[in-house]
Design a protein around this ligand. Structure first.
Ligand code: NCD
Length: 315
């Protein structure tokens, strides 16, 4: 099979062929999800545990739905009320769960690298649902699927990623994925919200929205990640909206058929104008949510196939 990973910890280790394999399978799952009987068998008999150490609405719900639609037993660990609050370390929590013999562990954690560490301690497939500022691979994959379906391809597109790049694992995973698929990427935002090592990514950087958006095919907006900021990154939200908030005037610089994306949760009136977010001719924000379920089904299906193979080889 063209997908050889044991875990989905980031986009970094994936080859373009693996990305395409996963997206092709996700397309099949979009069709299943649109049919009246949404049930598949790929995860039947398997146990999926979702551990979210950080708040989440869409990601957790869509991982849960994805697992259930494919027949897994899904458990959501309430990390806010668990023994973590009593001081248990991440590794102890992981070992405890591991003893319950899960097959798929879905983990979100505020620290970059925490999910990789955990994957080394357990005997099941681990999926990163976002670790600090590091990676959020299923978000980048669902964004890729949304772009591919809207534009008919996933290469040679001009894509602008706008706003709080420095704090965003979504931006990081997208940069890596879209780069691997040979797109032209522009980063737009104030210098205070650009990562220090921006030169390493090989993309064009703009401080000005009008110039950065000129003739792009895709406009990807990011949330201002206030919870990861410790002071003076922006003068005020009003000023930020004025310079970087996506409104009709700024969007007019992009191609006439450019699509608008946002991973959610949105701050309307801060990074995006509500009327643009709701414009069904431009915004694909709801499609992104729909693709999220399908992409997570595909990711867990592919990992489960490898897991079953590996276990059969050991037995
Ligand atoms: C993102 C996240 O948590 O990284 N949200 C998401 O998964 N849909 C982006 C964000 O929080 O701004």
């Amino acid at each position: 099979m063209a997908f050889t990973q044991d875990h989905l910890l980031g986009i970094e280790p994936l080859s373009p062929v693996e990305i395409t394999t996963l997206l092709d399978l996700a397309d099949d799952y979009v069709a299943l999800n649109r049919s009246p009987d949404k049930h598949g068998e790929a995860l039947r008999g398997l146990t999926q545990i979702n551990m979210f150490f950080e708040n989440s609405t869409r990601t957790q719900a869509s991982f849960e739905l994805a697992g259930r639609r494919l027949g897994a037993d899904v458990m959501n660990m309430a990390m806010q009320t668990s023994s973590v609050k009593k001081g248990e370390t991440l590794i102890d929590t992981a070992l405890t769960l591991n003893a319950m013999r899960p097959d798929l562990l879905v983990v979100r954690h505020p620290q970059s690298g925490a999910v990789d560490l955990l994957a080394q301690k357990v005997n099941c497939a681990v999926l990163n649902a976002g670790d600090g500022r590091h990676e959020h691979p299923t978000q980048a994959l669902l964004d890729a699927l949304t772009i591919r379906r809207a534009k008919g391809r996933l290469h040679r597109l001009s894509i602008a990623i706008c706003g709080d790049i420095a704090h965003s694992r979504v931006a990081r995973s997208n940069l890596i994925l879209l780069g691997k698929m040979e797109n032209r990427i522009r980063l737009i935002g104030p210098p205070t919200l650009m990562p220090a090592a921006i030169g390493d990514f090989g993309c064009e950087v703009f401080e000005d929205m009008e110039a950065g958006l000129k003739d792009v095919d895709v406009v990807m907006m990011l949330r201002l990640q206030k919870e990861r900021m410790d002071g003076g990154f922006i003068p005020s939200e009003r000023e930020y909206y004025h310079r970087y908030g996506l409104d009709a005037e700024k969007l007019a610089h992009a191609k006439p058929d450019a699509i608008v994306m946002h991973p959610g949760p949105m701050n309307r009136g801060v990074e995006i104008d509500g009327s643009i977010a709701d414009d069904i001719n431009r915004s694909v924000i709801q499609e992104q949510v729909e693709m999220g379920v399908a992409v997570r089904m595909a990711a867990m299906d592919l990992l489960a196939r490898n897991l079953r193979k590996q276990r059969a080889a050991v037995a």
